[in-house]
Design a binder for this molecule. Sequence first.
Ligand SMILES: NC(=O)c1ccc[n+]([C@@H]2O[C@H](COP(=O)([O-])OP(=O)(O)OC[C@H]3O[C@@H](n4cnc5c(N)ncnc54)[C@H](OP(=O)(O)O)[C@@H]3O)[C@@H](O)[C@H]2O)c1
Length: 287
Amino acid sequence: MANRILIIGGTGTIGKSLLEALSDTDHEITALARTEDKAVPLQEQGIQTHIGSLGDWDTIEPLLDQIDTIFLLTSPSPEQVALQNGLIDRAKAHDVRKIVKVSAVGAAAGAPIHLGDWHGQIEDHLKASGMEYVILQPHSFMQNVFMSLPTIKEQGAIYQSLGAAKIPMVDTRDVAQACARCLVSDDFNNETFVITGAEAIGYAEVASSLSESSGKNIQYVAITPEAHNQAMKEAGVPDWLADDLTMMSSYWSQKEEHPPSGDLEKITGSRPYTVRDFARDYGDQFK
Ligand SMILES: NC(=O)c1ccc[n+]([C@@H]2O[C@H](COP(=O)([O-])OP(=O)(O)OC[C@H]3O[C@@H](n4cnc5c(N)ncnc54)[C@H](OP(=O)(O)O)[C@@H]3O)[C@@H](O)[C@H]2O)c1
C-alpha cells in the first residue's frame, strides 16, 4: 500500500538528496517548506509542498491527519528538543504510524556534548511514543569540509583539531539513501543504526583526495582544540556549537582509528561513497 510520507528538513543537505532518492517511488511525498521561497524550487521539481514550521503548530497539525510516515530532521539548535518532541506528540495524537529520525553518533540523554544529549532526549521520547520508528545516527559528514572552504580557497589549508585520528566519515548522499530505504520499507523498524562510511579516514586523506581532484595543493593543518574553538567562534559559529564540535574532535582524537559500523550497507545494500568519490564529485568547488 502506498504511504503518505511527510519530509521535514527537505530543504537541507540530506533532505535535498532524500527527495531526489524518493522521486521515483510510488509513495505520496509531501515536503515541508518554511517559506514560499523555499517551496518554489521543490515545486519546480514536481514535489508536493506544504508551508509550515515546527513550533508554529497551527501550520502543521491540519496536515498530520493525511500522513502515515514522517521523516524528521531539523537544524542543530537548542530548540531541537522542543521542536522535535512537539512534533512527535502531535504525530502520535493524529495517528501517524511511523517516524524516521536523523540523530547523531554517540547520542544519549545526559551526554556531555549538547547535540548528543538533545538527540538522545528526542530518541527516548520517540521510542516511548509507541509509534514505529527508525533512528539513524550518522557519523561526521564528509560535506563538513565545506565549512573549511574559505581557508582552502585562501591558504590551501584545512584547519582541524582531530590530530592524526581516523573516523568513518559518511557522505550525506549515502545518509539520504539509508533514510529513503527506511521510509519506504518496514524491514528496519524499531531499530537504531549507526551510519558511517566504509572506511576510517583522517583529514590528511581528505586533503590529499581534494588536492588530486581539484589540482590545487591542499594541506591538513592539525591545530590545538583551543585554537580550533577560537577560530570557529571568530568565524561566527555559535559558542555552544563551537564548544560541541571542539569536544567531539578532542574525543575522537584520543583513539587512532574509529571503525565503520557496516549499518549503511545493511540498509542500502550498496557500497558507500569513499572520500575519493566525494573529492571527484565536489573537487571543482575547492579550487
Ligand atoms: N554535520 C554532521 O557531521 C552531522 C553528523 C551527524 C548528525 N548530524 C545531524 O544532522 C542534522 C542536520 O542535517 P543537515 O545537514 O541535512 O541539515 P541542514 O542542511 O542544516 O537542514 C536543516 C533542515 O531543517 C529545516 N528546519 C529547521 N528548523 C525547522 C523548523 N522549525 N521547522 C521545519 N523545518 C525546519 C531547515 O529548513 P530551512 O531550509 O527553512 O532552514 C532545513 O530543511 C542535525 O540533526 C545534525 O545534528 C550532523
